[in-house]
Design a protein around this ligand. Structure first.
Ligand SMILES: Nc1ncnc2c1ncn2[C@@H]1O[C@H](COP(=O)(O)OP(=O)(O)OP(=O)(O)O)[C@@H](O)[C@H]1O
Length: 275
């Protein structure tokens, strides 16, 4: 049996009202790559809900299905079974063009590689997705985002004039400025030293606290995960555990138990309330 993992009123989720659906929901999602003897069951009946206004980390051993889950949640890949909802919208079954528009209008992405356009300034990079969508950034919101990520005095710089941490802050601002319903971050600090990584994570945390942003982040790093409100752990394509209010130590401890095989899927309702 597969448990459904939900998170009780965290952050803005509490004020979003009982009727508001989670930002993202997966119901019994499975994903099989290939077929026959070579079939790889990357996800095996994953049910999980991500509350609005909360910061959730997805962790697990290499090959456990983290990237596959994120790609299915973000409409970058199709599921083999089950369904994915973005708010009230069912992604499963949408046509490619509808999915492209949905990603453009409602989802933000931050990747390990910053993916900035080298010939554009920081400000132009931040505004680009909105302009491509034919929308104009609300100036007050733009200013707020720029201040939250601390880029006010770097807006005229090109990416090669910025440090890695500053470039990733531009990528964060680019995702935040469109006010997406959810931002998916895939190892956002993977290319940064620990100081720059801490800065970027601090800004992501601040965007959740101060702007009610919803963030789902895949990471291998227990310190990065400790910035989240909640960590869900995958093993062999199933969610096997979760932690609320994680600390680096509780995350490490849980990872050790998971990789040691001590945690079974049914143990997932156990929660850490320390910290
Ligand atoms: N395009 C693909 N074709 C075939 N198998 C794939 C494909 N993508 C992923 N897999 C397999 O699916 C399983 C889950 O992979 P996934 O990349 O989601 O894991 P992960 O937890 O993100 O791993 P890592 O931490 O190493 O990035 C693995 O066994 C992987 O080899």
């Amino acid at each position: 049996m597969t448990s459904t993992f939900t998170s009780p009123g965290e952050g803005a989720a509490a004020s979003a009202g009982a009727a508001a659906p989670p930002a993202v929901t997966a119901v019994e999602v499975s994903k099989v790559y290939g077929g026959g003897d070579a079939a790889v069951h990357a996800l095996r009946g994953v049910s999980v809900a991500f509350a609005r206004g909360a910061f959730t980390a997805i962790m697990g051993p290499s090959g456990s299905g983290k990237s596959t889950l994120m790609h299915c949640l973000a409409g970058l890949d199709t599921v083999s079974g089950g369904r994915v909802m973005l708010g009230d919208t069912q992604l499963t079954g949408l046509k490619d063009r509808q999915l492209t528009m949905l990603r453009r209008d409602r989802i933000g992405f931050i990747f390990q590689a910053f993916n900035l356009l080298p010939t554009l300034t920081a400000e132009q990079n931040i505004r680009l997705p909105l302009e491509l969508a034919g929308r104009k950034a609300d100036q007050a919101w733009f200013d707020r985002v720029v201040d939250v990520v601390g880029l006010r005095d770097r807006l005229g710089h090109r990416p090669n004039q910025l440090s890695g941490g500053q470039q990733q802050r531009v990528a964060c601002a680019r995702a935040l400025v469109a006010r997406p319903e959810v931002i998916f971050a895939d190892e956002p600090t993977g290319n940064l030293d620990s100081r720059a990584g801490a800065e970027v994570l601090g800004f992501l945390r601040a965007s959740v606290r101060e702007m009610g942003q919803t963030i789902v982040m895949v990471t291998h790093d227990p310190v990065a995960a400790s910035y989240a409100d909640r960590v869900v752990f995958l093993r062999d394509g199933q969610i096997v555990s979760e932690l609320l209010q994680p600390t680096p130590d509780t995350v490490l401890d849980r990872l050790a138990r998971i990789t040691g095989g001590a945690e079974e899927p049914s143990a997932g309702t156990e929660r850490n309330r320390a910290g």
